[in-house]
Write a protein that binds this ligand. Structure first.
Ligand code: ARG
Length: 586
């Protein structure tokens, strides 16, 4: 199904040509949702933008345009207002036809894009062996959501985690593995090395207190870089241990599977990257280090800033690895759009490597590299969220706490309402609500701002929260239980007919899903989808409060049941794209 705004846009483009000639074919009709529902549903501001070009008043332009505008199937007669706004109000019959056609469509009218792209989404990439902490929440939640949305609208999406699996901290971990768990190296089975955080802490403690151990650790780094077989084996075991421990958290969060292609993967390509930069004439030697001087970046003395790609000791760094990844993603993966949901503190890093990637000829005009930055997660005191002892809160703890609190709320409610519920039910509801609340609280904020992490706010039943949305869904399921309605079999002749204002308001909103998803796919701001779903729940609640459903006479009853069903399905689909499950009861 073609979205309403797209259909209107086409009609405006035709009218511009018909009214003013073919040189107006490329003009943007400046069509937007109406600024106020009193003016209708959409408005075009194009007349104001053409006064110079046409030498006429905007009202005269608007009148001429409207004479050639063929929107009678969709709208009431267009109205010209103020200086020359063209206001459009959708006709109930048009809304009814659209709703009837999406009723049988599992995609709810969202047509797959006509030109699918190969997209890579950079996934959470912790530096291995460290426990995942609150800093890894946003890349996981945002990355997963963006990937789900792009995939749903029809793109070919690859999720790739660029884990930090190389570098000096490994010396310490490998040395610890060798002496504390020597059997791990000779056995072919997976040994239980305990949990990752204990392992890391033990290694760190020895490193900080034992000079001899420090020396062994240092040597291990050298052996690792030299490709020593036994050291590589130890390294692989440590990577595996940490991968397994991360996977448990991703599973708890419902993060879809992804490819792990860590920094080490790019090692063999690093010398080539530097060589190519040299061939392009981009490389300058500065105090023994090989660098590219950046355009538009200066140090505090106003001198051009160098990006080091090979240190004076011959070693490579984070930037070199990311440059190799850019080259690989374009040339081997054939990506057309590469998205990096990474914290705003790395804005310079990405601007710099993208610049070098362009100048080296790897990033051409056909590919788009995007850093989608996000803000910090703050505590209620407005400072970076920390434990009492000042460390970053482990992600597992944060999630478990949300689940535990959701459980307490649920148990209180069960008791107050005198319900009997099984342990399986309680466990499941607490998990879905707890995880959903954390994700929704994150996604509903503008991605680029910092936000304050508050369990009380995110778990509240009122407001723009996951529980509010989950309740709206449960409410519809309640209608079907109460009326013993099987939404899937309302009858093939079941039709929507829209009479009351709240029905029209709800209907219009239901039909905006496709527009909303197109926007998010472009701007990568999931909060727009949250806002859409929040307004949907509100509009549904107003409809349900004012229009009887089960008590209504036929054919109105069936028509309203269809509106209920479409609302529930839209909520379920929308939440699933945010990575949030729904519940039939809670
Ligand atoms: N490992 C990095 C860190 O912890 C994040 C990597 C982000 N992705 C990338 N392609 N640079 O800061």
């Amino acid at each position: 199904m073609i979205s309403t705004i797209t259909q209107l846009k086409t009609q405006f483009e035709n009218a511009l040509v018909a009214a003013f000639g073919s040189e107006f074919a490329e003009i943007d009709p400046i069509l937007v949702p109406a600024s106020n529902p009193r003016f209708g549903d959409y408005q075009s501001n194009v007349a104001m933008s053409l006064t110079k070009k046409l030498g006429k008043s905007p009202r005269a332009i608007a009148e001429q345009l409207v004479q050639h505008l063929d929107v009678a199937d969709l709208c009431q007669p267009p109205e010209i207002a103020g200086p020359g706004f063209i206001n459009l109000t959708l006709k109930p019959e048009y809304l009814e036809t659209q709703l009837n056609s999406i009723q049988s469509d599992p995609r709810l009218g969202v047509a797959p894009v006509s030109h699918p792209k190969r997209v890579i989404v950079d996934y959470p990439s912790p530096n291995i062996a460290k426990e995942m902490h609150v800093g890894h929440l946003r890349p996981a939640v945002i990355g997963d959501c963006i990937a789900r949305i792009l995939e749903f609208v029809g793109h070919d999406v690859q999720r790739i985690s660029h884990v930090g699996d190389w570098g000096t901290p490994f010396g310490m971990l490998i040395a610890h593995l060798r002496t504390a768990y020597p059997e791990a190296l000779s056995s072919t089975e997976n040994l239980d090395l305990g949990d990752l955080s204990t392992f890391y802490r033990e290694a760190k403690k020895r490193f900080d207190t034992d000079a001899e151990f420090r020396e062994v650790a240092r040597q291990s780094v050298v052996q690792l870089q030299a490709g020593d077989e036994e050291t590589l084996r130890a390294w692989r075991i440590v990577c595996e241990l940490s991968s397994r421990s991360y996977r448990k958290i991703y599973d708890l969060m419902g993060i879809l599977p992804f490819i792990e292609r860590g920094e080490s993967f790019y090692n063999p390509f690093l010398p080539d990257v530097v060589k190519e930069l040299e061939q392009q004439g981009l490389l300058v030697e500065d105090a023994g280090a090989k660098c590219v001087f950046l355009e538009g970046f200066t140090n505090k003395d106003g001198k051009p800033l160098p990006l080091i790609v090979q240190k004076s000791d011959g070693g490579y760094n984070y930037a070199t690895t990311d440059l190799a990844a850019i080259r690989y993603r374009v040339q081997v993966d054939k990506a057309q759009r590469v998205i990096y949901p990474v914290g705003a503190e790395q804005t310079n890093h990405f601007a710099q490597i993208f610049q070098v990637g362009k100048r080296a000829g790897w990033i051409t005009d056909e590919v788009e590299f995007i850093h989608a930055p996000f803000g910090l997660v703050l505590g209620e005191d407005g400072q970076k969220l920390k434990t009492r002892s000042g460390e970053a809160i482990p992600l597992k703890e944060l999630l478990e706490e949300a689940i535990a609190r959701a459980r307490t709320d649920l148990e209180t409610r069960i008791q107050e309402e005198g319900r009997q519920e099984s342990e399986t039910f309680i466990e499941n509801v607490a998990r879905v609500v707890g995880i959903g609340a954390v994700k929704y609280a994150d996604l509903s904020q503008n991605r680029t701002s910092n936000y304050i992490f508050s369990y009380d706010k995110m778990l509240a039943l009122q407001g723009n929260t996951a529980p509010y949305m989950l309740y709206a869904y449960v409410r519809v399921q309640g209608i079907s239980r109460k009326g013993q309605i099987d939404f899937e079999h309302l009858g093939s002749d079941a039709q929507v007919s829209l009479k009351e204002e709240p029905e029209l308001v709800l209907a219009k909103h239901l039909l905006q899903l496709s527009e909303t998803l197109a926007e998010v796919a472009q701007d990568l701001l999931p909060n727009r989808l949250c806002q859409y779903l929040f307004e949907l729940s509100q509009k549904f609640n107003q409809f349900y409060d004012r229009c009887p459903v089960l008590q209504a006479e036929e054919p109105l009853r069936t028509s309203r049941l269809i509106l209920c069903d479409l609302t529930a399905r839209t909520l379920k689909l929308g939440l699933s794209l945010l990575g949030i499950e729904v519940l039939e009861r809670m």
